[in-house]
Write a protein that binds this ligand. Structure first.
Ligand code: GCU
Length: 402
């Protein structure tokens, strides 16, 4: 059945350029020892721990256990933010026993006048909390250097639309946890856990560090009485991060990954010809700090990988997981992302939960498919748009998170 799926998906756009396959995609429901996984119990006790171990050791690297739950020091609260639409909460996150160079500044908007705890999107941002909107009340910590203008990322954050749909949003700049440059790890979170200044081949990369940060944010959000279920969300490199966070931390009620591509939602063994999609070689050359050193073993040897990314998506089961692509974002291989979502779906079937049916073909743009595993492709390029947020809100709502 697997080979048939691969053949069917083998041609993209131009029939003259067949997709390159680096070996057969492993079956999420067959354990390393060849055992068929047929029940939730077998998944939970055999296959899920095995996959978590493989992804930790070979792909993202092992993360340390947090010595304690993160704490939140409230700095500011307004009942009347964003033209009276939102409650705004800002504060600093610290972790007892972890001596960071500076705390992590967190910003939360909740819809005003909610009658019950509200579902919240929690994800990191690229340009700083002040870039989400022109809200003059957003605090800019002195360690944010260089500071991007207020509203610099506002096209990606349609706050009114999100709040009107009944959702809150929580965010933090990802540089808080580790600046996104090779070598920076020594001066941030990962450095605290490796004071001797060395990383082992299976030690965590930056993606795992950012994901660990998302879990510490969850420590804070789970204690806030106004906050209901938390959907962990991210775009691109932070979409990879959201998936790894969701796989590891069952407190996330749902997982949403946008344009996450290579090392995120797309199948690593599937490569678009002519360098159109990102490969393991390219990603590790350009971003040597993102993954565990062990991951380098698979450069040009993808067929040797003990896992593929559909199994990362499956690690979110049985929680809702949404994979979003953009039609022009071939670098992230939208069809590879769709295929991964589809190949994760048999794991959801163990709970009798609907995923993406095996016979489902690559959908057209703006036609979301699936159930508990959802897939959506938008027109346009690598970005986050109001249309994407509409799709996330619809997906969560359809899965009872509203
Ligand atoms: C680069 C990188 C991708 C990543 C993207 C992003 O394009 O190659 O893997 O997802 O940046 O984070 O925007």
């Amino acid at each position: 059945a697997c080979a048939a799926v691969l053949l069917a998906a083998g041609i993209v756009g131009n029939a003259a350029e067949p997709v390159i396959w680096k070996g057969e995609v492993p079956d999420a429901l067959t354990s390393a020892s060849g055992r068929k996984i047929a029940t939730v119990q077998e998944w939970e006790t055999i296959r899920k721990p095995e996959l978590l171990e493989l992804f930790s050791r070979e792909v993202y690297g092992r993360s340390p256990r947090a010595p304690g739950k993160a704490e939140f020091r409230l700095l500011e609260r307004s009942e009347d933010a964003l033209d009276g639409k939102a409650i705004r909460i800002q504060g600093d996150v610290t972790i007892p026993g972890v001596n960071l160079p500076h705390p992590w500044r967190m910003l939360i908007y909740l819809p005003k006048n909610a009658k019950k705890p509200v579902p919240v999107f929690w994800g990191m941002n690229f340009k700083g909390n002040q870039a989400l909107s022109e809200d003059p009340g957003v605090l800019i910590p002195e360690w944010y250097q260089p500071v991007r203008p207020r509203g610099a990322a506002k096209s990606r954050y349609p706050l009114e639309q999100i709040l009107d749909a009944g959702y809150g949003i929580a965010t933090m700049r990802y540089y808080e946890i580790e600046p996104d440059r090779d070598g920076e790890w020594k001066n941030s979170l990962r450095g605290v856990f490796a004071p001797e200044g060395r990383l082992k081949p299976d030690d965590w990369g930056a993606i795992a560090a950012w994901a660990w940060g998302l879990s510490r944010g969850m420590d804070v959000l789970e204690k806030m009485p106004e906050v209901g279920p938390v959907a962990v969300w991210g775009h691109s490199r932070l979409g990879k991060t959201a998936l790894w966070a969701g796989a590891n931390d069952p407190r996330f009620a749902a997982v949403i990954s946008n344009d996450s591509g290579c090392g995120g939602a797309s199948i690593t063994r599937r490569i678009l010809p002519g360098g159109k999609s990102e490969t393991l070689k390219v990603i590790n050359e350009r971003f040597p700090h993102w993954f565990a050193k062990n991951f380098l073993k698979y450069i040009d040897r993808e067929e040797k990988l003990p896992v593929d990314q559909h199994e990362l998506i499956a690690l979110c089961a049985p929680r809702p997981v949404f994979i979003a692509s953009a039609a022009e974002d071939l670098w992230a291989d939208p069809e590879g992302e769709f295929l991964a979502a589809k190949l994760a779906s048999p794991v959801y079937a163990l709970w009798n939960l609907p995923g993406i049916p095996a016979e489902q073909e690559m959908p057209k743009v703006h036609e979301p498919v699936g159930g508990r595993v959802g897939y959506y492709i938008r027109s346009g390029g690598h970005d986050v748009t109001p249309r994407d947020w509409q799709a996330y809100c619809d997906f969560l709502s359809q899965n009872g998170i509203r």
